[in-house]
Design a protein around this ligand. Structure first.
Ligand SMILES: NC(=O)C1=CN([C@@H]2O[C@H](COP(=O)(O)OP(=O)(O)OC[C@H]3O[C@@H](n4cnc5c(N)ncnc54)[C@H](OP(=O)(O)O)[C@@H]3O)[C@@H](O)[C@H]2O)C=CC1
Ligand SMILES: N[C@@H](CCO)C(=O)O
Length: 442
């Protein structure tokens, strides 16, 4: 019996694409023996074919026309690794309309166009696989969709951006300047082509949107989330957090109250108790805690970005794609691909800010003179925000003091109102810095 050859097209041969090319080339004999097919890295699309790359790719296989790969009838599996949402959407839809399997690492694309992509796949018998889109090498999509299918998920939280975790770790451990560490993260291939997506929290928001869809069956847009990045965190915040017994992590939190049927999705720098396992996850590593109503808490840790970890996830999807393609199309049934683990129940509503509760850390740079603290306390009191502790230290600017307040339990609405009023106080010299204090179980 002749062995079937499956042809793979890689749209994008940057950090991730070259990793896939490298490892698939090295592992091909082993994979082919296991899968019972021949795998051919048939074509690759790039913007600049003359660019030097870390893998050797015959010029005859390269094109600048990524859509030609999506439309090529001889290509069975299309890997969309160009990034962005415009060309990436076109590649994905063109390939799915032809019944191909599309493998993607592109969380921005899924967050913006996931509903359209899944609908197109369903309509045309294509398949869309996206393990690499969340948490790099951690198989969190498989865990949610397959391993935890028996569960509902009241709480999913964790570190979803490797670049930010790398930056925060380096700032805390080495006292390294923010811009220098960001430059290192870019050189190491962790950061997005537009690094503001990382440091402003949007990349983690895109990933949280993908996880929220898998867990709850609704697409939550970034505008419906609280999204705050790490750019305003200073070495003083690490010092203050340490003094209070905390570390600082950029966390994504997906919380659902099944009684009120409300859902909130947010991304923000968070103070985590130093003893918390997620607080100890450093560098480019990601960590995701998933609380299931049947299983309890499960935790996933691994490299969240970078060439090899991401290639590992893409290759796992390619292997799944081979299994899907080996089955007769006519025999495919809905159940062989579970799109979301969410139950068939009324979709959740987005929780209003007054229902999102927690404790807060507020850093203010203020004039160092009598009456300032009481003016600030009057504002918090009017918003029913109760202060738990105050740390005062000299600020960097002359004549100013840095005030760090921590609060008892309050809510997002009250804190928003508090900050809006504090901004208007004359002795408050800079934009307040607000961090959340985690209250998660271990
Ligand atoms: N880097 C990482 O750690 C991770 C990245 N991802 C995601 O993977 C995807 C790819 O990321 P990454 O590899 O880092 O990105 P890169 O910027 O390194 O690579 C992008 C690739 O796409 C090619 N490309 C861009 N525009 C076009 C175009 N118009 N036509 C043809 N080719 C084009 C580029 O060509 P050329 O090389 O000629 O410029 C390059 O090869 C993104 O969606 C990203 O979010 C997901 C997980 C981890
Ligand atoms: N820029 C992303 C890549 C992985 O999705 C990160 O740093 O996490």
């Amino acid at each position: 019996m002749s062995v079937r050859t499956l042809r793979i097209g890689l749209c994008g041969l940057g950090t991730v694409g070259q990793g896939v090319w490298k490892h698939l080339t090295a592992d091909r004999p082993e994979l082919e023996a296991r899968l019972g097919v021949k795998l051919e890295l048939a074509r690759g699309a790039v913007r600049n074919p003359k660019k030097r790359r870390s893998v050797r790719i015959p010029a005859s296989k390269l094109t600048t026309d990524a859509l030609a790969i999506a439309r090529d009838p001889s290509i069975d599996i299309v890997c969309e690794l160009v990034g962005g949402t415009d060309l990436a959407r076109e590649i994905t839809l063109e390939a799915l309309r032809r019944g191909k399997v599309v493998v993607s690492a592109n969380k921005a694309l899924i967050c913006a166009h996931g509903a359209e992509i899944f609908a197109t796949a369903r309509e045309h018998g294509g398949r869309f696989l996206f393990e690499a889109s969340v948490a790099g090498g951690i198989p969190i999509i498989k865990a949610l969709r397959e391993g935890l299918v028996a569960n509902r998920f009241p709480l999913i939280y964790g570190i979803l951006n490797g670049t930010c975790n790398y930056i925060l770790t380096q700032m805390e451990e080495r006292d390294a300047p923010y811009t220098q560490v960001l430059g290192d993260a870019k050189r190491l291939g962790y950061a997005e082509a537009d690094e503001s997506l990382d440091v402003e929290g949007w990349d983690a928001a895109h990933k949280a949107s993908v996880l929220a869809y898998l867990a709850h069956g609704v697409w939550v847009r970034p505008e419906q989330m609280i999204v705050e990045g790490i750019a305003r965190i200073t070495p003083a915040d690490f010092k203050n957090a340490n003094a209070l017994g905390f570390g600082i992590k950029l966390l994504a939190v997906i919380w659902r109250d099944f009684e009120t049927n409300e859902l909130s999705v947010r991304v923000h720098p968070t103070l985590l108790p130093e003893s918390h396992v997620v607080a100890k996850v450093n560098g480019v590593f990601n960590a995701i805690s998933v609380q299931g109503d049947v299983v309890g808490t499960t935790l996933y840790i691994g490299r969240g970005a970078g060439q090899d970890a991401t290639a590992s996830a893409v290759i796992s999807d390619i292997v799944d794609a081979v299994a899907l393609l080996r089955r007769q199309k006519g025999e495919m049934i809905d159940g062989d691909f579970i799109e979301t683990t969410a139950r068939r129940q009324a979709p959740p509503r987005i929780a209003p800010p007054e229902h999102i509760e927690g404790r807060y850390y507020l850093r203010l740079t203020v004039e160092d003179k009598p009456g300032v603290l009481s003016a600030i306390a009057a504002v918090t009191a009017r918003q029913h925000v109760s202060i738990a502790s105050v740390i005062q230290s000299p600020a960097e600017r002359a004549g100013a003091a840095s005030l760090v307040l921590t609060t008892h339990r309050s809510n997002e609405r009250a804190l928003r109102n508090t900050i809006a009023r504090l901004r208007r106080l004359r002795p408050v010299l800079e934009e307040p810095v607000l961090l959340r204090i985690a209250e998660f179980p271990e």
